[in-house]
Write a protein that binds this ligand. Structure first.
Ligand SMILES: [Zn+2]
Ligand SMILES: [Zn+2]
Length: 224
């Protein structure tokens, strides 16, 4: 099968000539080289760059390992916003490529886990948006079974953006439900963005209530 390469860089809209190709077929090498990959050491529990020493983020106490791919900066920020609020499926395709690469590069470390769980959205939000961006970003990785029905958002909440850490915690409290079948399972929980960590923390306590085993986290982007 002949693969048709896109002629134009999604980011700068310039023609991608052969010498300007990058590991992402949709970006030129210049734009690829400027992507905000997380490259420094980060905390195993909360994913922040707070140096050595114990983690003081109580929401992260049950997290076995935390992995972030990008800093939550442009153009990643803009592409995620485009995907979530304007159904920018092409941006989604590019981002999914980076998620796939992460899974391929980390296969040895995660292959013994039982499942990858996308952070769910409420059914009303799903109807509005037409898709759950976290499930969409995971759908072409083949390393772990993707389980979309085991964790549910049972209460509709206002958007977390614009709220402080404490407001976020109150806004999200009790809004998720995990099925008992997750008991003793080791899982990778995936979200597109982690800012204060309150959503992930709330899901972790919900998972612990049903007796889940290890919780590992992957976020496409992490604000520091
Ligand atoms: Zn470019
Ligand atoms: Zn930490």
């Amino acid at each position: 099968m002949v693969e048709l390469l896109p002629a134009w860089c999604f980011n700068c809209r310039r023609f991608i000539s052969r010498p300007c190709r990058s590991p992402s077929q949709y970006l030129c090498s210049t734009c690829y080289g400027k992507l905000p990959f997380i490259d420094g050491p980060t905390c195993t529990h909360c994913g922040l760059e707070h140096g050595s020493g114990s983690c003081s983020n109580s929401w992260a106490k049950d997290i076995e390992s935390f992995h972030g791919i990008f800093y939550y900066q442009d153009p990643i920020h803009a592409w995620i916003v485009n995907l979530k609020y304007s159904a920018g499926l092409f941006a989604g395709r590019i981002l999914r490529g980076f998620v796939n690469t992460w899974f391929t590069e980390n296969t040895a470390a995660i292959r013994s886990l039982d499942a990858v769980l996308p952070v769910p959205i409420h059914p009303l939000r799903l109807r509005q948006r037409g898709f759950n961006q976290t499930a969409l970003l995971l759908k072409s990785q083949r390393v772990l079974p993707l389980k979309t029905g085991l964790l549910k958002k049972q209460r509709f909440t206002s958007q977390q953006a614009g709220l402080t850490g404490l407001q976020r915690r109150d806004n999200i409290k009790g809004s998720f439900k995990a099925t008992p079948s997750l008991h003793s399972k080791n899982v990778l929980l995936f979200d597109d963005v982690c800012t204060t960590g309150q959503t992930l923390g709330e899901i972790c306590s919900c998972l612990k209530k049903v007796g889940v085993g290890q919780i590992h986290i992957l976020t496409l982007s992490r604000s520091m």
